[in-house]
Design a protein around this ligand. Structure first.
Ligand SMILES: Cc1cc2nc3c(=O)[nH]c(=O)nc-3n(C[C@H](O)[C@H](O)[C@H](O)COP(=O)(O)O)c2cc1C
Length: 343
């Protein structure tokens, strides 16, 4: 996949996920095979005002490259100024968010709400593209309420977008209806830039199916990678061999969890890092025998050593855990699918 001057070998992307796609998680997914990772979304207003949380989100490790930083905002001059500021950290690309349905973003006419005003969308893309020296890409839903993605994408490309990611459902539908991959196919036929398909990939065969069925250039994965960063490696293997890839052993899963925890604590401090990791820990143990008893024990752990203790005790109590079906059930809803007002 060629996005401007950027060549992506295996077209597997980690989705931007607020509160999740920080440095440690991006590094994990990169190591397992994600070939393009995105930051959490950053507020253009916040960046221009110089607020600390936005500044902190700009940090990344060279190991994460190629990396895209994502911005949201509803005023073209502010988005352009923020994009220009982001160029100082030399991202591989800058992505604009036209997909967020979360109330506090939409209320200020940002995210998916911009799909209600395609003149504004085009103006934002044009001004941001003119302000930066790396490729500009756009991630959008199919529309806010009405389906407008073809016109929205064509206008974005005309204004300078070098690739389009489509989360194939409308903003108003949240996660309530299944993603419509047909939209991704239609978009691929309608624009001349790379199209990255997104929505409801659960496992390696799904990723391959989206590539095949829609003809998209790349796939982006969000919720299915939560607690399963190795999914990217499984997709690489599946694409090479056509064989359903095995689940990692418990030892590897717990090693990854502990590495992730240590990195979160380094980045955010011990207390906040542990708090942020609680939902990751819940995701890591999805599908394990007696996960419902393990989760509260992990939540109660007061520090890193206590988490190690809980995991060691679990392994002693479940010596055969690796022989049980370990993968999260494919019919189970993806994490965070049902939370209202959320992504
Ligand atoms: C916790 C969470 C946070 C998200 N944050 C962002 C974000 O910052 N920017 C964005 O464009 N999309 C965000 N999304 C949407 C995802 O990038 C993706 O489009 C969506 O989850 C559909 O893909 P999936 O079915 O693979 O999860 C978020 C999703 C989740 C679950």
């Amino acid at each position: 996949m060629q996005i401007g001057n950027l060549t992506i070998a295996e077209p597997l992307c980690l989705a931007p996920m607020a509160g999740v796609s920080d440095g440690p998680f991006r590094r994990l997914c990169r190591r397992y095979g994600a070939n393009l990772v995105y930051s959490e979304f950053l507020s253009s207003d916040g960046l221009v005002r110089g607020t600390m949380p936005q500044q902190k989100k700009m940090a990344f490790d060279p190991e994460e490259r190629p990396i895209g930083f994502q911005l949201f905002g509803a005023r073209s001059e502010t988005v352009a100024a923020a994009a220009k500021m982001l160029c100082r950290i030399k991202p591989d690309l800058i992505d604009l968010n036209f997909g967020c349905p979360v109330k506090k973003v939409v209320r200020k006419n940002g995210g998916a709400a911009i799909l209600k005003n395609l003149d504004l969308l085009e103006e934002i893309v044009a001004r941001a593209a003119a302000a930066i020296d790396c490729p500009l890409t756009v991630k959008m839903r199919a529309g806010f309420r009405d389906v407008v993605f073809i016109e929205a994408a064509q206008r974005a490309v005309r204004a300078g977008a070098a690739a389009i990611t489509l989360h194939a459902r409308t903003g108003a539908s949240g996660y309530a209806t299944p993603a419509n991959w047909e939209f991704i196919k239609q978009l691929k036929e309608a624009v001349g830039v790379p199209v990255i398909g997104n929505g409801d990939i659960r496992n390696a065969p799904d990723a391959e199916a989206m590539l095949r069925q829609t003809g998209c250039d790349g796939v982006m994965i969000g919720r299915a990678a939560l607690g399963r960063p190795w999914l990217f490696g499984q997709i690489v293997t599946y694409r090479k061999t056509g064989q359903p890839p095995p689940e990692p052993l418990l030892e590897e899963k717990f090693d990854v969890l502990l590495w992730h925890l240590a990195e979160e604590m380094k980045l955010h401090g011990d207390k906040r890092g542990l708090l942020r990791m609680r939902r990751h820990m819940a995701w890591y143990v999805r599908g394990l025998p007696a996960a419902n008893r393990l989760r509260p024990e992990l939540f109660a752990a007061a520090d890193y050593q206590a988490v190690i203790g809980v995991l060691q005790a679990y392994r002693r109590q479940h010596p055969n855990a690796d022989e049980c079906p370990m993968a999260a059930d494919d019919n189970e809803p993806l994490p965070l699918s049902t939370s209202s007002g959320q992504w």
